[in-house]
Design a protein around this ligand. Structure first.
Ligand code: ACO
Length: 428
């Protein structure tokens, strides 16, 4: 195979070096194209642009493969926990017992928020969206640690990593408590990551709260399954913001905003809204499927299909069993789950969806689990953000160590008016 690609522009030839990834992915290095030819490339949505060389996550969408640092997501979901998977993403190797104990303790030590941050939550209106509070809270955290967040200082990067991993769940749970008017519940450092989060979310000071181990395991699995997904919208945002050498808190805060959008972290909410719509239509799944297939109707079945996976989303396969378990334990006879089951069965045996390789994606099941946990819809993307945090941190750290790093600054193809004379206001 050739190690160069040739682009012909007018009579000029440009030779781009070929880069090959460890799984055989090929890319044309066009980094000197503009200098040499004056032309740039045009790639809306960056769908054909490799913006980085990364050793963190590998996805093969055609074959339904997702691996972190070479380890299959199926193995991590089955054998690992969220803190260990986070270590793997951030440091590149599975930790030894001593390493994971040290990492766990370093995170645990930082779970409390500074007490002067409490009034921050009271300042939001009760109906404030928890994603807005999470993003603002992440940025607000930076103001307490201004002497220790220098992105070029390895010790600062390390302590910022612990602080974010430790405090984001506390910020998220406080945001939730604010929205339902309950007292904030402080973290418990004797609990593991997911169990502590459940405690801060669902305990109240007036009575004991027992953590359901099945729920804690389900949440752990969900967090692991969301931990990284290479250069998606929010991760690319974290890298782009971070490329200006701003601190990690500010970059992660930006990532949370990117995740908030309905096309990214909001899809699981839309799944539940769609199921509620089917319920309102007296459970008529057939009508919704008919509409999804109708070329003249923009409606799509939420929770089905994926831009990258043209096969079963490997995360969906894993979470389906968990969803079945959690739902049968917690959800009683919620009609939405019956509708979801019927929809899934019908779609999986329908030629339209089979031919187009449209399978249930991770959002289809995660939305159902969050509903069974009795979480309000606006907390769904918050859970996604907590899961994605180690991925953002790992990608930011890789970016800041990358010898090829430059400030992110795409070009454009200008299509506005050409030069014209300023017209005084009385003449317009
Ligand atoms: N319902 C009905 N038809 C669909 C659906 C769907 N959910 N998804 C795709 N199709 C059809 C398209 O109409 C198209 O049909 P055609 O070839 O006859 O024109 C074909 O399948 C291919 O669709 P594309 O839009 O080209 O697929 P793309 O990869 O661009 O879209 C996407 C992927 C956006 C996820 C799409 O499947 C979709 O809108 N799904 C519903 C929303 C959703 O669940 N999003 C969550 C994604 S997972 C995540 O973000 C973590």
């Amino acid at each position: 195979m050739s190690d160069h690609a040739r682009i012909e522009l007018d009579d000029q030839a440009y030779e781009g070096r070929m880069i090959e990834g460890s799984e055989g992915e090929r890319a044309v290095d066009i980094s000197s194209l503009r200098n040499e030819t004056g032309a740039v490339t045009y790639d809306p949505g960056y769908a054909n642009t490799g913006s980085v060389q990364s050793s963190i996550t590998y996805i093969d969408g055609d074959n339904g493969i997702l691996r972190h640092r070479g380890y299959a997501i199926e193995d991590l979901a089955k054998h690992s926990d969220f803190v260990e998977t986070s270590y793997l993403l951030i440091y590149g190797e599975l930790p030894t017992q001593a390493q994971v104990t040290n990492f766990r303790e370093s995170i645990t030590k930082h779970t409390l928020l500074r007490e002067d941050m409490r009034p921050f939550f009271d300042a939001f209106p009760p109906e404030a969206h928890p994603m807005a509070i999470l993003s603002a809270g992440t940025l607000a955290l930076s103001t307490f640690y201004q002497n220790h967040y220098d992105p070029s200082n390895p010790d600062d990067v390390e302590i910022s990593t612990y602080r974010l991993m430790a405090k984001l769940p506390t910020v998220a749970a406080f945001a939730y408590k604010r929205s339902i008017g309950q007292p904030y519940i402080y973290p418990r450092n004797d609990l593991k990551f997911a169990a502590n989060f459940l405690h801060m979310m669902f305990a109240v000071p007036s009575e004991p709260y027992e953590i359901d181990p099945d729920l804690a395991r389900a949440l752990t699995e969900l967090l692991i399954l969301h931990a990284d997904h290479e250069q998606n919208c929010s991760t690319s945002a974290v890298r782009l913001i971070g490329s200006s050498q701003v601190n990690l808190f500010a970059a992660v805060s930006g990532g949370i905003n990117a995740l908030w959008g309905p096309l990214h972290g909001g899809a699981n909410q839309q799944v539940v809204e769609m199921l509620a719509g089917i319920q309102e239509a007296e459970g008529d799944t057939k009508e919704f499927i008919r509409r999804a297939k109708d070329k003249d109707d923009p409606f799509r079945l939420m929770g089905f299909g994926h831009r990258v996976y043209k096969n079963y989303d490997p995360r969906a396969r894993i979470i389906k069993d968990t969803a079945d378990r959690v739902i049968s334990k917690l959800a009683g006879n919620d009609p939405l789950f019956e509708i979801a089951q019927e929809l899934e069965e019908t779609v999986l045996s329908d030629d339209y969806f089979i031919e187009r390789k449209l399978y249930p994606n991770v959002d289809f099941y995660s939305g159902l689990i969050y509903r069974a946990m009795n979480l309000p819809l606006n907390m769904y993307p918050v859970l996604f953000a907590l899961g994605r945090l180690p991925g953002w941190i790992a990608q930011w750290r890789e970016m800041s160590q990358d010898p090829d790093r430059r400030i992110g600054r795409p070009r454009q193809i200008y299509t506005g008016p050409t030069a014209r004379n300023y017209v005084p206001i009385e003449n317009r």
